[in-house]
Design a binder for this molecule. Structure first.
Ligand code: FES
Length: 170
């Protein structure tokens, strides 16, 4: 298994490549931040500072962009980011119950979003644009429509099983 240090070096190499690929062009900051976030699943503080230096921009300006867009996160997120829609249509169809179920299973709260093992993050989000499928949740890129508490539990259990198998195999 890859050591934590090697993993960090590999991630930072990817940051260097991303900046290089975009020719240190400050007008491409948002794209660069998106791609860097794909590497880490969030935007670490030191990396933002590095990006500012590499693009010859004030650190405050880079932070300003990173904090302006809801898409960017300055907090570490889990391997599986579970977004539960709490827009009107989903709320009416019981999204709060889904949130309670998931948070209960993962021992998370409205304040604590990510499990200590960094596997799961739960976010309540506004309309995901699939109201016809309410209630809706998205895990990473996968959309689940018309979910209920039982299905939530099953999906979660499958992910936990996959992770246990990965751990056993490594
Ligand atoms: S309100 Fe949930 S997808 Fe629109």
């Amino acid at each position: 298994m890859e050591s934590a240090t090697n993993s960090k070096i590999r991630q930072f190499d990817q940051v260097l490549e991303i900046i290089e690929k975009h020719n240190h062009d400050k007008t491409r900051l948002i794209t660069i931040l998106q791609q860097v976030q794909d590497v880490y699943r969030y935007l670490p503080q030191q990396v933002l500072t590095y990006i500012a230096t590499a693009l010859d921009m004030p650190v405050a300006e880079v932070y300003g962009v990173a904090t302006f867009y809801a898409h960017f996160s300055l907090e570490p997120k889990g391997k599986y980011v579970i977004k539960v829609c709490d827009g009107t249509a989903c709320h009416v169809k019981g999204s709060s119950k889904l949130l309670d179920t998931l948070r209960g299973k993962l021992k998370l709260t409205a304040q604590k979003h990510t499990t200590d093992d960094m596997l799961f993050t739960i976010e309540a989000v506004s309309c995901l644009g699939a109201c016809g499928l309410a209630p809706v949740m998205v895990i990473n890129e996968q959309v689940y429509g018309e979910v209920n508490s039982k299905r939530c539990e099953d999906i979660l259990q499958k992910l936990v099983t996959v992770e246990n198998e990965v751990e056993t195999a490594s």
